[in-house]
Design a protein around this ligand. Structure first.
Ligand code: SF4
Length: 316
């Protein structure tokens, strides 16, 4: 009978050769490393090399990976093997979302990683990492089966750095859902960051166009009415003037007069004119505008004519 050694903390003699002490992470990572199930999935010539990696000569079953699954629900490794077109990337991201967590992505070959020889193609995505989180890149065109095996080993090394306490897929808030791009005239990346980038660029262009556009004046309805429209940014018209060409009359906008973006204001010039709505300007000129064909100009604070028009003759 074995001596009771519990007081000293030593294992019984007959068990001492059979006890291993390790961490949960080591066991977990070892199990995951050698039970990866790649999805049966190929896009172009690189896929042939992926197939060859499964043959007896290269034998990727050595890594417990021979069970290539035809369903994304049962796969946890997506090997992007070939040229990714804009039309195909929509389906690729959808398949990725259907895979079980934890899931991994290998970008195999120049095409998947950066567009390869088709980088400038109108229909080619210049890198799958723009849409999916890639764990390992395997270079080459095509990469050899040996290179792909090296990619698997590199992925195994990555597993060894992970811990069940810190990996994201056990967190309650983690969804892992990747936004699916939309195929239109061009591919639209629906990642929030990508959409924000597009919005920012559009906003910058809009602001540039608007800041370049100044207020415009034209003849309004009714005798002697001038309309000022502002298609650009909000402007302070302090020290701006309206000037008539022939009789040289000038209207000075009051200090702090602001014309809002996309705003409009009417100027009534005929004698006895009254404002028809709040914000209108009443400027009864000594000589009714339009008694003769006459040029009217909107002049900024620096004396530059921003907009002008010929007011056709109107009898007051
Ligand atoms: S990287 Fe080369 S071999 Fe692979 S899909 Fe592109 S063109 Fe074909």
């Amino acid at each position: 009978m074995a001596e009771n050694t519990s007081t000293t903390g030593a294992a019984p003699e007959e068990l001492s050769e059979n006890i291993l002490i390790t961490t949960v992470d080591s066991v977990y990572n070892l199990a995951r490393s050698y039970s990866l199930w790649p999805m049966t999935f190929g896009l172009a010539c690189c896929a042939i090399e992926f197939i060859v990696a499964g043959t007896a000569r290269y034998d990727m079953s050595r890594f417990g990976m021979e069970v290539a699954r035809p369903s994304p629900r049962q796969a946890d490794l997506l090997i992007i093997s070939g040229t990714v077109t804009k039309k195909m990337v929509v389906s690729i991201v959808r398949l990725y979302n259907q895979m079980a967590e934890p899931r991994y992505v290998i970008s195999m070959g120049a095409c998947a990683t950066g567009g390869g020889p088709f980088k400038e193609g109108y229909n080619v995505v210049s890198g799958i990492d723009k849409f999916l989180p890639v764990d390992v890149y395997v270079p080459g065109c095509p990469p050899t089966p040996e290179a792909l095996l090296h990619g698997f080993i590199t992925l195994h090394k990555k597993f060894k750095t992970q811990s069940v306490r810190t990996v994201p897929w056990y967190r309650k808030t983690y969804t892992g859902e990747t936004p699916i791009p939309v195929l239109g005239p061009d591919i639209i990346d629906t990642h929030p960051a990508a959409l924000k980038q597009v919005r920012d660029v559009n906003m910058t262009r809009l602001m540039a166009a608007r800041s370049a556009a100044g207020p415009q004046i034209s003849a309004g309805e009714g005798q002697g009415t001038i309309v000022i429209r502002n298609p650009g940014l909000t402007r302070d018209l302090t020290d701006w003037t309206l000037q008539t060409g022939d009789d040289g009359e000038t209207y000075h906008f009051p200090a702090g007069f602001v014309l809002m973006s996309d705003g409009e204001v009417r100027v009534h010039t005929s004698s006895g004119a009254t404002s028809s709505s709040a914000g209108d300007i009443v400027w009864p000129t000594a000589q009714a505008i339009g008694a003769e064909t006459e040029k009217v100009s909107l002049v900024d604070a620096d004396g530059n004519a921003v907009s002008s028009f010929e007011y056709e003759a109107i009898t007051s």
